[in-house]
Design a protein around this ligand. Structure first.
Ligand code: MN
Length: 337
């Protein structure tokens, strides 16, 4: 069977964003979580430097790695935390510039790359303008937001124009992790818990739940949101989320929504396998969401693509489901040719 592999959460960075990150990290005042992330983002270790070189490469080196690991297409996105740590003007300018870099890279390798645009939610009106600008550029198939922006989440009404634009332009939102927001960071700061093993999922799962529970999906019912990392834990919790939500409604503690939390999740969200090579986690997700809502991702260059491919090649699912997850769903959701 022809098993194309489309990897959907694959990271890059521009020289300019990296330079501005370094400036921010050397300043006295910087978000405490971003400070903690600094060592892994721009660290001086050989490993960190190798990752950084791979992030900057949108050309032959990346393609060679894809060929060596059997990846047909990478759906590229600016790496976390992207432009969301900057002031509004800097963030908007760097988002626009990195989108142009992305479009150029796709134009050079149109059969190998597609992309998710960056926006700076700091100024929602400018973010909407950028979404509108990039929506019809060749190769742009959605956009990415790296969870909180200066501690704020997309449930705040000031950000709803971004969600409205995403829906009307038909651009899926990839809600990608970063470290916990300033208000929740302290208990995650020890033992490395702020990082990708736990803190990222706690932060991003919370963000997704805030979007669901604020009711905004009733306004934008066609909005599509992707979560990486097998849904950041939410598929595991859905039954309990519904159950306790219903209790809270009976107690008058939360507002009753048109539908159950799980119904929004199953209607508006898709998940990817990025960073999770666990057969039990995949099987639970298939059972809860259906295989049509799960996309393959490798999380290059942070995770082992070899491991992700070996897992997805070998996991005990039908060939039909394997094909859906590897490329069928990505082709549909991102409207790939
Ligand atoms: Mn990632």
């Amino acid at each position: 069977m022809n098993m194309k592999r489309i990897a959907t959460e694959e990271a890059f960075v521009t020289e300019d964003i990296a330079t501005e990150w370094a400036k921010l990290l050397s300043a006295e005042k910087v978000e405490p979580g971003f400070r903690l992330m600094g060592d892994s983002i721009l660290g001086s270790s050989a490993g960190a430097k190798a990752v950084h070189r791979r992030l900057l490469d949108l050309g032959e080196g990346r393609i060679a790695h894809m060929d060596a690991t059997g990846i047909d297409i990478q759906v590229l996105s600016i790496t976390s935390p992207g432009v969301q740590v900057f002031d509004s003007a800097t963030g908007a300018a760097l988002a626009r510039q990195s989108n142009d870099v992305l479009v150029d890279a796709i134009a050079k390798h149109p059969t190998r790359f597609a992309g998710l645009a960056a926006i700076a939610p700091q100024d929602p009106a400018t973010a909407v303008a950028e979404l509108t600008r990039v929506a019809n550029l060749p190769g742009i198939k959605g956009f990415i937001i790296n969870s909180h922006t200066h501690g704020e989440y997309l449930d705040l009404p000031k950000y709803w124009p971004i969600l409205e634009a995403a829906e009307s332009l038909g651009l899926p939102l990839y809600l990608h992790p970063r470290e916990p927001s300033p208000a929740m960071l302290a208990p995650f700061a020890d033992y490395g818990l702020f990082f990708a093993g736990w803190g990222f999922a706690a932060e991003t799962g919370l963000h997704a739940m805030r979007i669901i529970m604020c009711g905004v999906l009733d306004r934008f019912p066609k909005l599509t949101i992707l979560l990486g990392h097998m849904g950041e834990g939410i598929p595991f919790w859905l039954q309990r989320i519904d159950n306790r939500y219903q209790l809270q409604v009976r107690l008058g503690a939360v507002r009753k929504m048109a539908r159950l939390p799980s119904e929004y999740f199953l209607e508006n969200f898709l998940i990817t396998t990025s960073g999770v090579c666990s057969a039990p986690a995949l099987k639970l997700s298939i059972e809860v969401l259906g295989a049509h809502r799960i996309l393959f991702a490798a999380d290059y260059p942070y995770e082992s693509v070899e491991e992700a491919v070996a897992f997805m090649d070998g996991v005990d699912v039908t060939e039909e489901i394997r094909a859906q997850i590897y490329w069928g769903n990505a082709t549909r959701v991102f409207r790939l040719a």
